[in-house]
Design a protein around this ligand. Structure first.
Ligand SMILES: CCCC/C=C\CC(=O)SCCNC(=O)CCNC(=O)[C@H](O)C(C)(C)COP(=O)(O)OP(=O)(O)OC[C@H]1O[C@@H](n2cnc3c(N)ncnc32)[C@H](O)[C@@H]1OP(=O)(O)O
Length: 287
């Protein structure tokens, strides 16, 4: 665990009452609640596997913007699906895509990663289940990750799906795990159980169950209680500025590269097979 120096301050936090915002129809993909301490839970609930389509990514992005406006202390990204944090990018968005929608999809993905990575609030994830590829990228964009021991797996299995990881994806992982671990993880598409993920720095703590994972996130967020939020944000963003500037500078190129990869006929053929194998697995399990 981290130990932060205590700094006295007299800034009153904006009181945020426990509330739910999920009643609004556009919020139905996440359940957003804020407790009386100003800690928000952003729970993805796009059944069955929280695959990240445009709408889910935008909803998470908008939720974070709202929480920033409300001056929440921090947020915990989690999932309503038992045993799945998120299955990553929605493969249906990538399979025989409409070009306009694919462009929107890529933009939503970039916006989400930049929003999370550059967020003013403390951002955490309670990972209770599978968190592959795009979901691992989302988790890496946060400040802290706790993950449950057991069946849960996390990793960037992009190469297994036929997507060479973009430079920004590798950079994001390298910042957290270092060059050597990133190289091994990306080239092998290894999916880490929690204990291994902790060893390489991919997660920060191992939890025994979802409730414990959420509690650990709360504890992490509260470590900042005695640090002025503006000072914390300034420090975080100055340390992350290089990534954000580089991303913005190359954003158009990243978009083109992503679109080219996805629309490549060889990738589409591979995706056909991959999607069929997912469906087959289900048929076999049912038999
Ligand atoms: C941002 C960086 C650049 C982009 C990088 C990466 C791009 C990606 O993220 S590609 C997506 C990578 N994800 C995967 O490869 C995960 C694939 N899914 C699985 O391995 C399993 O489904 C999973 C372990 C998540 C869950 O297993 P089960 O609990 O056994 O469920 P099912 O396999 O039966 O799945 C239920 C249902 O969901 C569909 N599904 C699964 N994953 C996806 C997905 N990523 N996108 C869309 N749909 C998905 C699956 O086909 C089943 O559908 P039905 O048969 O119609 O019920």
């Amino acid at each position: 665990m981290f130990h932060l120096r205590k700094v006295s301050r007299d800034v009153a936090r904006v009181a945020v009452k426990t509330r739910r915002l999920s009643s609004a129809p556009e919020r139905s993909l996440v359940d957003l609640s804020v407790d009386k301490e100003g800690i928000a839970i952003v729970q993805m609930q796009r059944a069955p596997v929280n695959s990240l389509n445009i709408e889910l990514m935008r909803t998470i992005c908008d939720s974070v913007s709202d929480l920033e406006k409300d001056k929440c202390k921090g947020m915990i990204l989690t999932s309503a699906s038992p045993n799945i944090f998120s299955a990553g990018m929605d493969l249906m968005e990538l399979h025989n895509p409409d070009m306009k929608r694919l462009e929107e999809f890529s933009k939503s993905m970039f916006d989400l990663v930049l929003k999370l990575f550059g967020s003013k609030i403390v951002t955490t994830a309670a990972i209770d289940g599978y968190s592959g590829a795009g979901a691992c990228v989302v988790a890496l964009a946060l400040d802290y990750r706790s993950m449950t021991a057991g069946k849960a797996r996390i990793g960037l299995n992009d190469t297994a799906v036929g997507i060479p990881p973009a430079k920004w994806v590798a950079d994001l992982m390298t910042r957290t795990m270092g060059q050597r671990n990133t190289e091994l993880a990306l080239t092998s598409s290894f999916m880490f159980p929690a204990e291994r993920a902790l060893q390489v720095g991919l997660v920060d703590e191992v939890a025994k169950d979802k409730e414990d994972a959420v509690e650990r996130c709360k504890k992490f967020i509260k470590l900042y209680d005695n640090i002025l939020p503006a000072v914390r944000t300034h420090t975080k963003l100055s340390l992350r500025q290089d990534f954000i500037v580089e991303f913005e500078k190359n954003r158009e190129q990243y978009l083109k590269d992503f679109m080219n990869t996805i629309t490549n006929p060889a990738f589409q053929n591979g995706l056909d097979i991959y999607i069929s194998s997912l469906k087959q697995k289900k048929v076999k399990a049912a038999a």
